[in-house]
Design a protein around this ligand. Structure first.
Ligand SMILES: [Zn+2]
Length: 180
């Protein structure tokens, strides 16, 4: 009986995630200084997807040509793969990072998956992060420190789909908390 009463909420969340995903791929989303973050809370799972112009993270959007640029790519990948420096879910929820996937339409090498390029000279980074939380009932939000690590990023457009509902908010350099 308990399982049955939970089912509609799961279906609603899956639908919300699908519609968030569709919105994020509308054309015209590539604006330097701005990135999009989608946060989905589903039972013990926390998923965060970042879609950002590469310029926000590297200062360029092409195949790295110099040692300085190759180092910038390595540092970006290390910072994002570590994830603990940029995302802090509610500590009491005891969330463990399970997967990080990085993909870009610019061929960055390293362990960053290549995706088809748009051919307009611009390129994005898509990053997906997943956590499993041991005490999901305590999970009330996540602090996001992306802008401290990547100062070219000035605004994060955040969409949240959580059991308590959906919401949209903007993070700015002085505002880093997402709650639900
Ligand atoms: Zn661009």
């Amino acid at each position: 009986m308990k399982i049955h009463s939970l089912l509609p909420a799961c279906v609603a969340l899956a639908t919300a995630f699908a519609s968030l995903h569709a919105q994020a791929h509308e054309p015209g989303a590539h604006v330097h200084g701005v990135a999009e973050l989608r946060v989905v809370v589903d039972g013990p799972q926390l998923q965060i997807s970042l879609e950002s112009p590469l310029d926000n993270l590297l200062g360029f959007e092409h195949v790295p040509r110099t040692d300085v640029q190759r180092t910038a790519v390595r540092q970006m990948a290390r910072t994002l793969r570590d994830a603990g420096d940029v995302f802090a879910p509610t500590a009491a929820a005891h969330c463990r990072l399970t997967t990080v996937r990085l993909a870009s339409s610019a061929a960055l090498g390293e362990s960053i998956e290549a995706t088809p390029a748009d051919g307009d000279g611009h390129a994005d980074l898509d990053a997906d992060f997943s956590w499993t939380c041991d005490a999901p009932q305590a999970l009330a939000g996540v602090d996001v420190d992306l802008m401290r690590h990547f100062p070219n990023l000035r605004r994060l457009k955040v969409q949240v789909a959580a059991p308590s509902g959906q919401r949209a908010l903007d993070l700015l350099p002085g505002r880093r908390s997402v709650t639900w």
